[in-house]
Design a protein around this ligand. Structure first.
Ligand SMILES: Cc1cc2nc3c(=O)[nH]c(=O)nc-3n(C[C@H](O)[C@H](O)[C@H](O)COP(=O)(O)OP(=O)(O)OC[C@H]3O[C@@H](n4cnc5c(N)ncnc54)[C@H](O)[C@@H]3O)c2cc1C
Length: 414
């Protein structure tokens, strides 16, 4: 493939960069390692501060991609090598098979009979899903997939043969595609910080301690409980919930930096609970609230809610309290008093780790001490989105558009 711009990462940053570049008349190849575009945004229940569903924004972008022949999308794909200089780069993109032919989209409902089930990674393993499935109702590309580990399961083979589905090829092989490009944008985003490392907060030991990203999936209508927020241990309704801010963030032993969006994410999620349970009590434990600019209004709204209590103190520990409840202990730094609150569910506001730090790119990229890309003009690639630092979607879009301008300059040498 020959192209002008190669974009690695099909989250909102990569999608925006691809669309903006293509709409200036450039050829673009967009590479995404999952079998669908959208990245983390697709996993969100609602967007702050408007509390609208993120899929609306994604759908508009998917339409822009669908209607623009200048954009080629490779999913299930990752670069394994990139060589050359801006203006003349060669990348090898490794494409994993989806085992389902591109023109097969008529399987709706047939997956219900699939006997092979796997942990649903999209929902952080909180439920199981069919191994033969559409990755998402609004998946782009709208294409069924079978996971690698299930494609070789004899039960899958038998199911495909007995059901007479013709669009599946269980012998499909991976392939390497050579892409020649003039510039590369790196938009590989972030991974949630591993809450298992926060021993004092009992994640993994107490089922009613969940992370903020799990909370997005729990609240989502296509999530593990179909959008009903219930106590994970026994599916009981929520009478009281607590948010633990800076769970591992701004902490020398974990992530020393602030992830910029966690305060807003928790304030938003407190609304998810109050919408479903008008009488539920919410406790938010902050070191301080980082809600700059227009976000301050949203923080004020939550503060004004008489059933929401804001504690200024870092949670020191979470323990079992019996009856499925968990108890949080924190020192309130305003009053100097030790506070204890027992709740049905504790939500840990864990931060964002740059994917570059956990999955090294096959090309040298300048990063800071945490693995965020430095756009200081010395890398062959241009970073965009959370790959360059924690940020919300609006800032991601702005930066991705700027990255296109920088990439266009690199292509032409001007
Ligand atoms: C709990 C929580 C709630 C949030 N809620 C909001 C909100 O309400 N509003 C808001 O504005 N922001 C919110 N955010 C922030 C938002 O998630 C980010 O701004 C957004 O995800 C940034 O998009 P991105 O494209 O940079 O990264 P990502 O969404 O991480 O996308 C990166 C993409 O790159 C792909 N990728 C990774 N490595 C490779 C590779 N080697 N090759 C190919 N593809 C690769 C990934 O699969 C992924 O699809 C929230 C964050 C958190 C933690």
């Amino acid at each position: 493939m020959n192209t002008d711009l190669l974009v690695i990462g099909g989250g909102i940053a990569g999608i925006t960069a691809a669309v903006e570049a293509a709409e200036t008349g450039r050829e673009v190849v967009l590479v995404e390692k999952q079998h669908q575009l959208g990245g983390r945004v697709l996993q969100m229940h609602k967007y702050f501060p408007k509390l609208c569903p993120p899929v609306c924004g994604l759908e508009i972008n998917f339409r822009r991609i669908r209607q623009n022949p200048k954009i080629k999308v490779l999913t299930g794909a990752k670069p394994t090598s990139i060589e050359g200089v801006p203006g003349d780069l060669t990348a090898i993109i490794h494409v994993e098979p989806s085992y389902v032919k591109a023109d097969f989209t008529s399987g709706k409902g047939v997956e219900n009979d699939c006997p092979v089930e796997i942990a649903d990674r999209f929902n952080f393993g909180m439920n199981r899903t069919k191994a033969f499935r559409l990755p998402h109702e609004l998946a782009y590309p709208y294409r069924y997939v079978i996971d690698e580990e299930s494609a070789h399961d004899p039960a899958m083979k038998q199911f495909i043969e007995s059901s007479g589905i013709e669009g599946v090829d269980l012998d499909m092989q991976p392939e390497d595609v050579e892409v020649k490009a003039k510039a590369v944008i790196w938009a590989t985003g972030w991974e949630p910080y591993d809450a298992n490392k926060l021993d004092h907060l009992a994640y993994g030991r107490l089922p009613n301690v969940v992370t903020n990203m799990e909370m997005e999936r729990i609240a989502a209508v296509n999530g593990p409980t179909k959008g009903k927020i219930l106590r994970p241990s026994d599916q009981q309704p929520i009478t009281r919930a607590a948010f633990v801010q800076c769970a591992g963030s701004r902490d020398e032993n974990h992530l020393p930096y602030c992830s910029a969006v966690c305060c807003m994410a928790s304030l938003k999620q407190s609304r998810y609970i109050r919408e479903q349970y008008p009488d539920a009590e919410i406790h938010i434990f902050f070191i301080d609230a980082r809600t700059p600019g227009r976000w301050e209004d949203f923080y004020q709204e939550v503060q004004d809610d008489e059933k929401t209590v804001i504690h200024r103190g870092k949670v020191a520990r979470i323990e079992e309290a019996g009856n499925g409840m968990v108890t949080l202990t924190a020192e309130n730094t305003l009053t100097g008093k030790l506070e204890q609150v027992s709740v049905d569910m504790a939500i840990l506001a864990t931060g964002m780790v740059p994917t570059v730090a956990v999955d090294a790119p096959p090309i040298k990229i300048n990063v800071d001490e945490f693995g965020f890309i430095q756009n200081n003009g010395t890398s062959v690639v241009v970073g965009a989105g959370v790959a360059t630092g924690p940020k919300d979607v609006a800032s991601t879009n702005e930066e991705a558009t700027g990255a296109v301008v920088r990439a266009l300059q690199m292509m032409t040498g001007k």
